[in-house]
Design a protein around this ligand. Structure first.
Ligand code: SF4
Ligand code: SF4
Length: 89
């Protein structure tokens, strides 16, 4: 098994980035908070029509390659829709 990727904080403490893995669409309210918050512009909103024909929105990962593993999107999400994963070194 390979080692987990670990960086350092400003103060030299170990920091294990956990990268965005998945957004549970069944939990997402489409509020867009996570999308606005991500400084790396990894996230977006997509629209869909629900069973009643109403237009709804749901968050999606649009650019995972730019994720720095800060987990801020998961922290702000009141529905706890996010899952994250550390990366092998
Ligand atoms: S913060 Fe949570 S509920 Fe709001 S759009 Fe993002 S994933 Fe969906
Ligand atoms: S973990 Fe950080 S960089 Fe990655 S998608 Fe979430 S807010 Fe953006």
């Amino acid at each position: 098994m390979s080692d987990i990727l670990i960086y350092k904080t400003f103060g030299g403490l170990p920091w294990t980035p956990k990268f965005v893995e998945e957004i549970d669409k069944a939990l997402c309210l489409g509020c867009g908070r996570c999308v606005k918050l991500c400084v790396q512009e990894c996230l977006g909103l997509e629209s869909f029509e629900d069973d009643e024909g109403t237009e709804r929105h749901v968050a999606k990962i649009v650019n995972k390659d730019q994720c720095i593993g800060c987990q801020s999107c998961g922290k702000i999400c009141v529905r706890r829709a996010y899952t994250f994963k550390a990366k092998s070194a």
